[in-house]
Design a protein around this ligand. Structure first.
Ligand code: ZN
Length: 349
């Protein structure tokens, strides 16, 4: 096969940074879905529709249509919701997605009221002040009851907080704190906005080179992955294969790193599809794409969500290495480019 078209790195990073700066906790990802829709609107041969659930389904006509294929990535991220308005006027939170609130201790946040107003604040330990609580700052067990939001507004009672328009059930978006240094992208929510940006950059790479995918392809940008059912629906019934684009877990004992893309052979949901894995590995070898092969101990994906929902297709999972996942994450453009190239190679295969 001929060499794969060039990936526009500047475009990829630009799309990624705007996505990262668009809050999209699961259940409130509409703005981020809109951003993806707008980015893809400039391309040819693409039809877009929103699912009833709020995700985005993109149908891209291919050279052939006898083996429909799909790719998916999720725009939703971890976040929180107001669980309770305390008598102090501060907010008790409930986490959205699988993480403990202590991982966002000290982070800035935005409370989005049901009227759409935004109130800024910070997520803090209830015993945050060292000069007041002494050793308790270290000793306090971090749990939902000891983490709260301090609003940047004059309030010291539940009544005053309610007067700001804040109520139980309001979404709380956690600041991403995006920063780029020496090719590293440091931000919260690279899971899976990095995957979304790679997928969009792959579309651009093919379009810039005037190529179509080898087969008709459905791209599903899902909005409920972090709670386990993002890509459970949205694919056409005649789909043959599904490649999930989501982060690779970096840390001790893992082969994945921030400079490679990874294929995950097995995660907590079990092994992925052997035949599709082998096909992807052969493509990466052929195109000299720097990749790792890994197994993730505590991980589930939208590919599995589709399997569990009854999807009778081959499923695989690839994605860029992300350090400190579901925490203050980091990756490198090398991993993003490698992932995008792999998607491009697959689309053209
Ligand atoms: Zn993810």
């Amino acid at each position: 096969m001929a060499s794969i078209p060039k990936v526009d790195e500047e475009y990829l990073v630009e799309v990624l940074v705007s996505l990262l700066n668009t809050p999209s906790p699961t259940g409130f990802a509409g703005e981020a879905i809109g951003l993806v829709e707008k980015s893809l609107a400039e391309f040819q041969d693409i039809k877009q529709r929103r699912t009833r659930k709020g995700g985005l389904v993109v149908t891209w006509s291919g050279e052939e249509d006898n083996f429909p294929r799909g790719l998916t990535a999720h725009v939703d991220t971890l976040g929180a919701m107001v669980k309770e308005i305390k008598s102090s006027g501060r907010l008790k939170l409930t986490a959205i997605g699988g993480f403990a609130l202590n991982r966002v201790e000290g982070e800035g946040c935005t409370v989005i009221t049901s009227a759409g107003d935004k109130v800024r604040g910070a997520i803090l330990l209830t015993t945050a002040s060292a000069h007041v609580h002494g050793t308790k700052v270290n000793e306090t067990k971090r749990e939902d009851d000891t983490i709260e939001v301090r609003l940047d507004a004059r309030t010291s009672s539940a009544k005053e907080t309610r007067a700001l328009g804040i109520e139980v059930g309001d979404y709380v978006a956690i600041d991403p704190r995006v920063e780029m240094n020496n090719g590293f992208v440091r931000s919260r929510h690279l899971d899976d906005k990095a995957g979304v940006a790679c997928l969009i950059a792959a579309v651009k790479a093919l379009q810039d080179a005037n190529h179509k995918p080898a087969q008709i392809t459905t791209l599903l940008f899902s909005n409920y992955e972090e709670v386990g059912h993002g890509a459970a629906s949205g694919f056409p019934a005649d789909l043959e294969e599904l490649v999930t684009i989501d982060m690779a877990a970096v840390g001790s004992g893992q082969t994945s790193d921030e400079f490679h893309t990874t294929i995950c052979i097995k995660d907590s949901g079990g092994p992925y599809h052997h035949g599709l894995n082998q096909k992807l590995r052969a493509l990466a070898d052929e195109h000299k794409i720097p990749y790792k092969v890994d197994v993730y101990p505590y991980y589930g994906s939208d590919g599995e969500a589709y399997w569990r929902a009854g999807g009778d297709v081959a499923v695989a999972l690839i994605g860029p290495g992300i350090d400190a996942s579901h925490n203050y994450e980091r990756t490198h453009t090398d991993a993003l480019i490698a992932t995008t190239k792999w998607i491009v190679a697959y689309l053209l295969s």
